[in-house]
Design a protein around this ligand. Sequence first.
Ligand SMILES: [Zn+2]
Length: 412
Amino acid sequence: MIKKIFFSGLMLAGIINATAQQRVPMDQIVRVASYLSSDELNGRGTGTTEEKKAAKFIAEQFEAMHLKPKGRKGYFYDFSYKHDANIHDTIKANLKPKIGRNVVAFLDNGAENTIVIGAHYDHCGLGLDGNSLDANPKGKIHNGADDNASGVAGVLALAHYLSTNGFKEKNNFLFITFSGEELGLLGSKKWCEQPSIPLEKINYMINLDMIGRLNESTKKLLVYGVGTSDIFKETIDKNNAYFSIKYDSAGVGPSDHTSFYLKDIPVLHFFTGQHGDYHKPTDDADKINFNGEEKILELIIDILNDLDTKPKLNFYKTKSVDMGNSSFKVTMGIMPDYAFDESLGMRIDGVTDGKPASKSGIQKGDIIIKLGTYKVDNVQDYTKALGHFNKGDKTTVTLKRKSDIKTINIQF
Ligand SMILES: [Zn+2]
C-alpha cells in the first residue's frame, strides 16, 4: 500500500513538474520582488511617495493582465489613518490623518463566490515608524524583500496564472495588495470595514506574507488558519509532497488574514518563517529563494484547483491566544509571533494601543521570557502564565529587547 502510494506520488510529481514552468512565471516573480525591494522605493513606508509609486507599479501589472479595477478610484483603494511612532496614544486623535493605499483587482469568472488572494506591499520605509528591529534604524532603507515583496510577487504570479490558464474556475478572484500592515494591519482592516465586494460572497482568503526564505534543507513551510475551515488540512496534505508543513489552526495571526478571519471568513496564511534580517535593512532580494517561492505557489495553485470543485467552504472559529475574547480574565494586548523559535521565549509581533502592554512600554519585537514568577519558553507557557492573573493585578514582565534583558512593571 505504502509502496503503491509512493510510486503514484512520484509519477504525479513528474507530471506536475512538467507543467510547472508554464504555471508560475519565474521571470515575473524575480522582476516584481526585485523592483519592489530596490532602493528606489525607499522601503515602501505607508503614506510615503514611494508607497504610491509601488501602488502604481502593482496597478500597472494588474492592468496588463486585463483585470477589472475594484478599488475606490480605479485599482486604488485609499484609506486614512493616524500614526506617529513618537506620539502617545492619548493625543493620537489630534494627529493629522495620512493616506494609505491598497491596490485591488478583480478576475470576473461570472461566479457566485469570490476567493481573495492578498499580500501586504508596505514595509518599514526609512525606519521612522517605530517598527524596525535595527539598533539604529533612522534613515536606513528597509527594503523588505521577503517582507513582503515576495508575497506581492506571489499574488501577481497567481493572478497571471488564473487569468491566462484558459479555464474559468467556479469562483471569481479578488487580488488585494495591502498597505499599512506594518502599522497594525491597517489596510486590510479598512478594506474589511468597507469592502469592494460583499463579505458574504467571499469563499475564503489566502494571505502571502514572507514566502521568500524557504530553507532548502528543512523545507519548512508554516501554514496558519487551517482550523478556520474543516477541509483545509486534508486538502493541503493531499496536494503536498515537497514541504515539511507546520500547521497552526488559529485564524488570528500576525498578518492581514486576521482581518478576514475576524469577519468570519476562512483563511490560509503561508509563511516560510522568521530570520535574522526580519524588519532590518538587510532583508534584501539577493537572499530570496525564488525556486522555493515557485514551489509554494505551485502548491497554492493545486489547492485552489482542488477546492474549486467543492461548494463554498464552511467557516469555523478557532482558539486564539490572548485576544481578549477567550476564557482569560486578563489581557496584555499583544500579538504573539507564532513562528518564533520555541524554547527561546515568546516574541511579540504586535502591540495593541491602550492595553496593558502598550501602556507599560512593551514593544513589538520584545521577547517575553518571564511573566511574574512564571517562566515563559513559548506561546503555550505564556498562555498558562496569563491564566494566573486577575484584572487589576500588578506584576512584572521580564523580556529581551535586542541584547538587553529588561524587567517591566505591568498592571492588568
Ligand atoms: Zn509582513
